[in-house]
Design a protein around this ligand. Structure first.
Ligand SMILES: [Zn+2]
Length: 361
């Protein structure tokens, strides 16, 4: 009975693969942000917080950063408020959106209160018993769904046996998922100052059913009092979201670079003629390197540093057109009254007028 159910699931996933080949667009233009749990499913519980609330706050902040600093990217949320969304529905939202990346946000819990740290799972095979335990816990939400036995075709989240199915997937997105996962953990460790437990692989149902590279981020342990305090604070949530944002931006940069030759011929021609023009807004320059943690890093979620002769220069934003970047100016002027738009061609600073002539706006 179970074996039959498994072969049905494989067909579902193969069906998704076909879909995906049709969606190669050359650039990363859409991302799905999935705040875990919600509504009647609180997720893990700390002493005074619930996972569902923390992950929603971080998901919304991350989405805001992307919409603000990378306006060419459309953000699709599986939920924007406190409501219960079944796992299959989350996968369906993702697949329908034809996004290029799926980011699921969670918080962890374990009986030992001393255990702490972030971890990011890439879609793929589970490797150790530990990972299997996390996968079981996150998947067990399907038991809250009224008709789970039919919806999940006999998938029992509490049985290790059910996870054998994942070994059959040689996932085509595993490399990309792993890349995004390690960008996230690097950000958490190096820039946000979290204790990183590293990149892991596990078979999460919501990721398995999603026809795109995907990661599941555990922001920290609600069972650890310091981490609960951090994750429930506005500052902690902002820092975690900006770490996720920087990882996303780096992933997008690599993605766009790698995929520019997969563009249809017509698009390719335009891309060649225009090269890569990027607009940013310069906010500061200094003879000395400005340390992270200094005021400009506190005022901006997104700081781009480049060297121009002897000077270190600092900018924010990243747009392909002058009109897009100009929209950011009024807000930024409130914090940096002398800020101005600058332009780069393939990462080299060029005069604004040349850039505008090339990008045609
Ligand atoms: Zn969770």
């Amino acid at each position: 009975m179970k074996l039959l159910a498994y072969s049905i699931s494989i067909i579902v996933v193969l069906g998704c693969f076909v879909d995906v080949n049709a969606q190669s667009t050359g650039r990363l233009k859409k991302v799905v942000i999935d705040a875990g749990h919600g509504g009647k499913d609180p997720g893990a519980r700390g002493r005074y917080t619930k996972e569902k609330d923390i992950v929603l706050a971080v998901a919304l902040k991350l989405g805001n950063y992307i919409e603000k600093y990378l306006p060419e990217v459309e953000v699709v949320y599986t939920r924007k408020k406190d409501e219960f969304i079944p796992l299959m529905k989350r996968a369906e939202i993702a697949n329908k959106s034809k996004a290029e990346l799926f980011i699921s946000i969670h918080a962890n819990y374990i009986s030992n209160p001393r255990v702490r740290g972030t971890e990011t799972f890439a879609l793929g095979l589970h490797r150790t018993q530990d990972n299997l335990e996390v996968a079981k816990k996150e998947n067990s939400v399907i038991l809250l769904e009224d008709d789970y036995s039919t919806t999940f075709q006999g998938f029992d989240p509490n049985s290790s046996e059910s996870y054998i199915i994942f070994e059959l997937y040689q996932n085509m997105y595993l490399d990309q998922s792993l890349e995004m996962a390690s960008l996230i953990e690097n950000q958490f460790k190096q820039r946000v100052g979290r204790n990183s437990r590293g990149v892991k692989q596990a078979g999460f149902l919501v990721l398995r059913e999603t026809a795109m590279p995907g990661v599941l981020v555990e922001l920290g342990f609600l069972s650890n009092s310091n981490e609960e305090k951090y994750m429930s604070s506005n500052e902690g949530q902002s820092l975690l979201a900006s770490g996720l944002f920087r990882a996303f931006r780096a992933y997008k940069k690599n993605f766009d670079e790698k995929n520019k030759f997969d563009m249809p011929k017509e698009q390719m021609k335009t891309a060649k003629n225009n090269t890569q023009i990027t607009y940013r807004i310069q906010v500061a320059s200094s003879k000395r390197k400005i340390k992270e943690g200094a005021s400009i890093y506190r005022k901006l979620d997104d700081v781009y540093e480049y060297k121009d002769g002897e000077l270190y220069k600092y900018a924010t934003g990243e747009c392909k057109s002058f009109s897009e970047i100009s929209k950011m100016m009024p807000q930024l002027r409130k914090k940096f009254k002398d800020c101005f738009v600058i332009a780069f061609e393939n990462d080299k600073r060029i005069p604004l007028s040349d850039a505008r002539a090339k990008s045609g706006d």
